[in-house]
Design a protein around this ligand. Sequence first.
Ligand SMILES: [Zn+2]
Length: 137
Amino acid sequence: MEITEVRISLRDNEGKRLKAYATVTFDNSFVVKNIKVVEGNNGLFVAMPARKAKQFCPRCGKKVDLGSRYCNHCGVQLPLPPKDLASTKQATHQDLAHPINQEFRDYLQSKILDAYERERALGPRDSGIEETPEMQS
Ligand SMILES: [Zn+2]
């Protein structure tokens, strides 16, 4: 499968870890939106679109994030989810679409980061505000 288009929407705010959203087209026929370019501790990485798994508070019945210790609506302490479920990030963040092998993950990430660097090099075009691009190692 080939990536035929990557569109980048910069979200380059100082101090924010989220750098951009990417929209990726595969084989000219399938589009995935909301892929994120995130500044991690070891440089930029690509985060696939995900949703947080939810559970219902046993007291007030409102939705809370799976893995939370307390309900953020009524403050009641929540029962701990089963250990094996809570131990991994995959359990609380479910990817909505993602590569299933390392080879394609690397390909996807390099395509997106290349497009991101290109977009950054062009600079902001809509705002009309001059910004000095920061050099990052
Ligand atoms: Zn509650």
